[in-house]
Ligand binder design. Sequence first.
Ligand SMILES: Cc1cc2nc3c(=O)[nH]c(=O)nc-3n(C[C@H](O)[C@H](O)[C@H](O)COP(=O)(O)OP(=O)(O)OC[C@H]3O[C@@H](n4cnc5c(N)ncnc54)[C@H](O)[C@@H]3O)c2cc1C
Length: 379
Amino acid sequence: MKIRIVGGGPAGLYFATLMKRSDPGHDVAVFERGPRDATWGFGVVFSDRALEFLRADDEATYRLLMPLMETWPNLTIAHSDTRIPIAGNGFAAVGRLELLNALEAQAESLGVRLVFGRGIASLDDPALAGADLVVAANGAFSWVRDENKDKFGTETDLRTNRFIWYGTSKVFDSLSLTFRTTEHGVFCAHHYRYSPRMSTFLVEVTDATWRRAGFADMSEADTIRHCERVFARDLDGEPILSNKSFWRQFPAISNRQWSFGNVVLMGDALRTAHFSIGSGTRLAMEDAIALWKALRDAGSLPEALALYQERRLPPMKKIWDAANVSIRWYEGMDTLMALPAVDFAYSYMTRTGRVDHAEVRRRDPGLAAAYEAAHPELA
Ligand SMILES: Cc1cc2nc3c(=O)[nH]c(=O)nc-3n(C[C@H](O)[C@H](O)[C@H](O)COP(=O)(O)OP(=O)(O)OC[C@H]3O[C@@H](n4cnc5c(N)ncnc54)[C@H](O)[C@@H]3O)c2cc1C
């Protein structure tokens, strides 16, 4: 097959690898508009069982990526200065650039052609000519999807909170969520180490807080200084660092139809999952596995594309639904901060409905006991 992939993020690179590995006769090329060795953002986190989802289908990639991961067994919720460690929540994190470099090297070693600095702006681009399959893996702002939104049945729900993806040289010892109340409203930082020297430091606020703080008209340097002041006690004097960082609102995207003709959506182009559940990269890689298997199992391309959607939708939707509930929890953080610290942490743990009281007790008996003490009706 002649396969042309628009976008060299985790979805595109991983799909290219799976296809080329399963049949070296495939002609697979990935077109990435950015240069090699550069990307946006800092580290990304994988929740729960980290890369276990890869193991059954692809031990080689599991072994390639696991050594790059920072892992830790606990999560910490900081409600102002009260820190509540919560056991039983394993997480792993990796620098986005390190992840991409490893996936690129693996793809190239198999004979995938990676073309950097080559944006594709139209399905008529000569780079896609004669392709049996065109994969739109060009991220949340995919023009392939947006220009064909009627065919895909695209729905975009631009959520109200504002977030900015920073890093810091302060190295944290667990995945942490720190909430601090200021005169403008509550600030939340999602922060975690992703290498021995660096941490992600993502700041999220409600739209009202963002406006009251004056971020709309604030320079990049002043924005960093403002966030450093809010989280001074958490940063211990280490700086906040920017990497093409700017305030954004999260677009919750979904598509009723995942393909038309020989064009198929994958990864964030197909659906976005809020960063608070740490699953976007995993979902992108699982999409790649699903399409690869559908192509392996089906008799023709149309059948394969239908099978991809049919098989992948149910497990994907479970996580997507949880992500959308999680978004709303953060949108209510100013009200939630009025809760006592233990209730706040408990509310966080149970926010998506996938963790009930019995599960909290299983993961962290201490938190369950503290919550029961405050809520005797549960004991
Ligand atoms: C603030 C933030 C924090 C996040 N944190 C996490 C996290 O902790 N854990 C997690 O799992 N996920 C996280 N994510 C989500 C994660 O980054 C994405 O889900 C994941 O990168 C999706 O992979 P992808 O390959 O589909 O898209 P992307 O990684 O976005 O890659 C798309 C690629 O396509 C390229 N491209 C775009 N347009 C074109 C074009 N016209 N021509 C050629 N190339 C093009 C882009 O340059 C990019 O390299 C976060 C996202 C954000 C925004």
